[in-house]
Design a protein around this ligand. Structure first.
Ligand code: ADA
Length: 560
């Protein structure tokens, strides 16, 4: 599946999974090895390619029966070039956002589809750099092929705004056509028993953005405890004939900031949970659906209601599960620990803007996403860095003013961006990286923040934690023992959760994850992993799982 619910009744869409041919390529393009790989998967789970950093070509034969096609790639890590019958038809940078490749005038029959994936760290790559998570290689998320008529619905956004005793809803859809064939196009959308008519579509060139509005009084709101979901179903007509459709799953949920409070449907929430990388065992970032679901069940069992998709947009199937199972999500654009030099990479601004645009356009309708994040621990303490933060915050606001924005900082006492964001978020490691009393350490930063911001705003501790080696127990509770990790997590959760002004606690991190072996701090990462999980990379619980469960289940999900 490419989503956890049916997205079409009319459009013909098939997943292009199965076993593909895989050939590793030298920098000059010569074949250096022949393999096969399942799609989706990372090539690190192909014997002989466990540590491969380079380029490789996937190939498969696809059968088509329509002249108008669209290929959907949910994720190629980290750069993909697409060829159909040897002709270059698409290019995309970034492992974590989906992209599509429309093809017209395609003859019916069999075609050769080739995908060259590239996970090298080159000067052209501003966001995928050696890091404290691994940039895997390959087609690590699903691929699908759609057979279309002359026009199709590219996206449908449903914007719900909660009013006194009803919901006002705006529908925004983008329609694309392959050519102006002189025919008339109209569209409708159905939701919660209502059908609206978008009317006749006026194209500008071969695209059109259409809107319609209504209100609802008798719908069930979305909360994690009652994750009520509805299907919005858009239909497209050509000269009155039904030719295409798109189903989106939405929730009646709105999120507001009121002083230091985060309000969801008017209720003040307390976010407690984890930072989660997309990484599992030997499967890497191609996490299968059952593990995504298992992860969320483990997280829920600790009394958590919150997941931060550190440090990049996540697989839509995972976000679908967060909608269904009921989690609050902070989803963020792709960036981790980029210093000013890296932010000055000539490709940085465009690669960041593209990632944010793709993230918001594709993930807009998820009710679980209540916060957009950017630029984790980047150069928010320099003038140039702050200019980049402002650019990205402005872009996010233009794309989606309905959700608050934040960024997790480690520049605590020199951050220049506290007044830009809707929520202040701190990554702090007292009693792990910093030998300091938790309250003293936190209070000093909080006092500085209060001196920087013009009005009160919510505060989230977006990262805190400690490392432990799975299975290492010690009466001494020395660092790296599971016992020490428990002590640190318990102390920080109990201390900080008593501070009324804090709206959220996110543990770093849910599960141990693989890192790039040329990450600058590799020598503090035994097993070439970030070991701060409360479960190991195979989801075996450490003692800290039980400690966190004991602490989090004592904390209310909502403040009165
Ligand atoms: C930072 C960073 C995380 C991780 C963490 C750690 O806060 O945001 O990605 O690297 O440190 O484990 O040190």
């Amino acid at each position: 599946m490419i989503r956890m619910f049916e997205t079409h009744e009319k459009r013909k869409q098939k997943e292009l999974g199965g076993i593909w041919k895989l050939e590793t390529l030298s920098d000059s393009g010569n074949v250096t090895g022949k393999y096969t790989a399942t799609v989706p998967s990372c090539w690190e789970s192909v014997i002989g390619l466990e540590d491969y950093r380079g380029r490789a070509k996937y190939s498969a034969t696809v059968k088509t029966s329509s002249e108008n096609l669209r290929f959907i790639f949910k994720g190629i890590s980290h750069t993909g070039d697409i060829y159909l019958d040897g002709k270059h038809i698409g290019h995309h940078y970034n492992a974590y956002t989906p992209f599509t490749v429309p093809v017209s005038d395609c003859e019916e029959g069999e075609h050769l589809l080739e995908v060259i994936a590239d996970n090298r760290f080159t000067p052209d790559s501003a966001l995928h750099v050696p890091n404290d998570y691994r940039t895997y290689g390959g087609i690590n998320r699903p691929v699908a092929l759609e057979e279309l008529c002359n026009a199709y619905i590219e996206y449908l956004h449903v914007k719900n705004t909660r009013t006194e005793n009803s919901w006002s809803t705006e529908f925004v859809a983008k329609i694309c056509r392959f050519e102006d064939n002189g025919k008339t196009y109209t569209a409708t959308v159905e939701l919660a028993g209502k059908t609206l008519d978008f009317g006749k579509i006026a194209f500008e060139g071969n695209t059109a953005v259409i809107t319609a509005e209504t209100s609802f009084t008798d719908v069930d709101e979305w909360f994690p405890e009652t994750p009520n979901l509805y299907i919005a179903h858009a239909k497209l007509f050509e000269n009155g004939e039904y030719i295409d459709d798109l189903k989106e799953r939405i929730g009646f949920r709105d999120v507001k900031i009121d002083g230091e409070k985060i309000l969801v449907n008017g209720k003040q929430v307390f976010l407690k949970g984890f930072n989660r990388h997309e990484d599992y065992g030997i499967l890497g970032s191609a996490v299968p659906e059952n593990i995504m679901s298992y992860d969320l069940d483990i997280i829920a069992s600790t009394g958590s209601n919150f997941v931060r998709t550190c440090h990049y947009p996540n697989d839509e199937r995972f976000l679908d599960m967060c909608d269904e199972k009921g989690f609050f999500v902070w989803e963020e654009g792709h960036a981790r620990g980029l210093n000013e030099d890296r932010m000055k990479n000539p490709n940085f601004k465009k690669q960041s803007a593209d990632c944010i645009e793709e993230m918001v356009t594709n993930h807009f309708n998820h009710p679980s996403i209540i916060i957009w994040g950017i630029l984790n621990e980047c150069a928010s303490h320099t003038e140039y860095g702050a200019e980049c933060y402002k650019l990205q915050y402005d872009q996010l606001k233009a794309l989606d003013p309905s959700r608050p924005r934040t960024s997790a900082t480690c520049q605590h006492l020199k951050d220049l961006c506290y007044d830009m964001e809707d929520i202040v978020s701190l990554n702090i490691y007292p009693t792990w990286y910093v030998n300091s009393d938790v309250t003293e350490y936190y209070t000093k930063i909080k006092n500085y923040i209060d001196s920087c911001i013009s009005s009160p705003k919510p505060l989230i501790i977006s990262e805190f934690g400690a490392a432990s080696i799975y299975g290492y127990r010690a009466f001494s509770h020395v660092k790296w023992s599971e016992d020490r990790q428990c002590d640190i997590l318990k102390n920080i959760i109990e201390t900080l959760s008593s501070h009324e002004e804090i709206s959220g606690l996110a543990i770093w991190q849910f599960a141990d994850c693989r890192i790039d072996d040329d990450y600058r701090d590799w020598n503090s990462r035994p097993k070439t992993q970030n070991n701060k999980g409360i479960v190991d990379i195979f989801r075996n619980p450490k003692q800290s799982y039980y400690t966190v469960r004991e602490c989090f289940t004592k904390i209310e999900n909502y403040k009165n």
